[in-house]
Design a protein around this ligand. Sequence first.
Ligand code: HEM
Length: 148
Amino acid sequence: MKKLHLLLTVMLIAPAIVFAEPKKDRPDTDIEKAMGKMAGAYRKLRRQVTDPAENAASLELVVTIKAGATEARKYTPLKAADLPEPDRAAFVENFRGKLDEFLGTAGRLEDALKAGNNEEAAGLVAELGKIQKADHKEFRRPEKDDKM
Ligand code: HEM
């Protein structure tokens, strides 16, 4: 009876252990570390960008986002290794170019906040989100459990 109990317990618990895999079985890349910092700032910014009382704090968040993008730009996305060798250099160049475009939009957002133009700033925050979506599609390696 005890044995049966044990067997049943193992049968119940085993699948939970098998399926509770970590999201990734590797440490974060340098790009992921930089993007992680951007993500926190971007989330906050999205919530407060329309509030003129928060403009000084919002400007700080834009500085964090720009710093993250500038840092990420120094590295090569994981996906580059999945491409044929001759295509890699162009891929990395394209990645940097897209981050420059992103940084340009973040610069316009900074100007709008400095000018107290919150409506324009909100539009630019949405624009950054669209760029993020498109660029993730292009530059991130598709991985299991990817939700971004
Ligand atoms: C608001 C803007 C953005 C946010 C909040 C953001 C956030 C993130 C997050 C949270 C990750 C995953 C981190 C992890 O899994 O630990 C990530 C990965 C990545 N992001 Fe972004 N991202 C943004 C914009 C961009 C842009 C503009 C590009 C490219 C031009 C980009 C390229 C990548 C790449 C390539 C990875 C995979 C990392 C690697 O291959 O090492 N992201 N991003």
